[in-house]
Design a binder for this molecule. Structure first.
Ligand code: GLU
Length: 473
């Protein structure tokens, strides 16, 4: 079955499906849907061997209904204008859904980072940032990039340094980019945030016994078998936190092949093996999956695509055996696959919700940068002493002595505790809201799945912003 649609068209199809359940004026819906601005720039770069190469970069700001706009910066050969606009649109809906006050944006450079040296990547990133500054596509109140596929805190540090050098407002300049290294005004917990958010989201979704029953599953993540596609920042952290939640990570798939063990992997050890050997393949005791695409079709409870878009297609959807698809990547399921999987009774937890943990913690980082104070700085010590005073009083009054383990739980919250608590609350609240919307339309003749319910909630929140602006009555 051939599928001819662009990524941005797919996002808009999902939007249209949801828009039918609202009664906003068509003009308002159109305004929400379109990409407000996008920019393609090309610039020359001198390679280490002296040759000159033209680099193609994009930044799209999908929605200006709230500023700044926000979204990652990816380095991949698949980057093009349509992809960046689609991903920027997904950021708009994602932020609205988890109530993070940003419009959506996304940027990218079309390259395979493995073909470039560190110094070439630094020159490219700095020049790209310079282009963003010139075109007013970056700034703490304008548009704030972050890591994405193929980028990390290193690139964010280069972006920050380039921006600060040129910034007119030095006071707030550090909030021009998030996902920065901790020593450069980053925030504790940002690196693992998307993966951690995936697990908080899954934990909430799997906590409803009545939702798990039709899938033939019991409530809770414990003992659920999981296959993760992609072992980058998101895939690695999702796998690690799933293991910590007592799920069994039985398969890990990378572009050059996958590993399988029905007993479950120690994810940290797999990461160590990769650091030593350069690949997850050859991990002791694991079965080799030669073609990673075959790994997607293996028996498991939860399949976590955590790589790129269009991985579950009309072609492989009929053979997927997972009961739950947890979209840690952006856009991993094509529209036809979505329909097929849905008809087969497979639960899809959509990207717009499930991978929103990254931007949620980016929001906390941005707030920290603008307030110029680390979370927990003012109250940690006070809370610490108050809680211990309380413990001592309880011990004295009751004669009960707290165990060492219990004592460890009693402490004032530091930055990471607060970040994780804010992230968990955000994921739980957003899931409950999506679930409620889905229930509301349960008997409607047009079936509402979680993706559509998520879009409905996002549309309501964005429409409210436009109405507050007084543009639409
Ligand atoms: N790149 C991440 C995403 O797709 C994070 C974006 C951000 O933190 O701004 O959601």
């Amino acid at each position: 079955m051939a599928e001819s649609f662009s990524f941005f068209q797919k996002v808009n199809t999902d939007f249209d499906k949801a828009a039918q359940f609202t009664d906003y004026p068509p003009g308002l819906l159109e305004q929400i849907k379109v990409c407000n601005s996008s920019c393609h720039f090309t610039f020359p770069i001198k390679r280490d061997d002296g040759t000159i190469q033209t680099i193609h970069g994009w930044r799209a700001e999908h929605s200006h209904h709230i500023l700044p706009t926000k979204g990652g910066m990816r380095y991949s050969t698949l980057v093009n204008e349509d992809e960046i606009m689609a991903l920027a649109a997904l950021m708009t809906y994602k932020c609205a859904l988890v109530d993070v006050p940003f419009g959506g944006a996304k940027g990218g450079i079309q390259l395979d980072r493995r073909e470039y040296s560190d110094s070439e990547l630094e020159r490219i990133t700095r020049r790209y940032t310079y282009e963003l500054i010139q075109k007013n596509y970056i700034g703490p109140g304008v548009d704030v990039p972050a890591p994405d596929f193929g980028t990390s805190e290193t690139e964010m540090a280069w972006i920050l340094d380039t921006y600060i050098t040129m910034a007119p407002d030095k006071l707030n300049a550090i909030a021009c980019v998030t996902g920065k290294p901790i020593e450069q005004n980053g925030i504790q917990g940002r690196k693992g945030a998307t993966g951690r958010g995936v697990v908080y989201g899954l934990e909430e979704a799997c906590s409803y016994a009545e939702d798990m029953k039709p899938l033939g599953l019991s409530a809770g993540l414990q003992e659920k078998s999981v296959i993760v596609q992609g072992f980058g920042n998101v895939g690695y952290h999702a796998a690690k936190f799933l293991m910590e939640a007592d799920a069994r990570v039985i398969g890990i798939l990378e572009r050059n092949g996958g590993i399988y063990n029905p007993q479950g992997f120690d994810v940290e050890k797999v990461a160590e093996h990769r650091a030593e050997t350069g690949s997850i393949l050859g991990y002791p005791g694991a079965e080799l999956i030669e073609n990673p695409n075959d790994g997607l079709e293996l028996e498991c409870d939860i399949l976590v695509p955590a790589a790129l878009e269009n991985q579950l297609t009309a072609e492989n959807a009929p053979r997927i055996k997972a009961s739950i698809i947890a979209e840690a990547a952006n856009g991993p399921t094509t529209p036809t696959a979505d329909e097929i999987l849905h008809k087969r009774g497979i639960l899809i937890i959509p990207d717009t919700f499930l991978n929103a943990g990254g931007v949620t913690v980016s929001y906390f980082e941005w707030l920290r940068n603008l307030s110029h104070v680390r979370f927990g700085r003012l109250d940690k010590r006070f809370e610490d002493s108050a809680q211990h005073a309380m413990r001592r009083a309880v011990e004295k009054a009751t004669g009960y002595n707290f165990s060492e383990e219990e004592r460890e739980l009693i402490h004032g919250a530091d930055e990471e505790d607060l970040v994780n608590s804010g992230l968990q609350d955000t994921m739980i609240t957003a899931y409950q809201e999506i679930r409620e919307t889905r229930m509301q339309y349960r008997n409607s003749k047009n079936h509402v799945d979680y993706r559509t319910a998520a879009f409905i909630n996002a549309i309501h929140r964005i429409a409210q912003s436009y109405m507050q602006l007084g543009i639409f009555p």
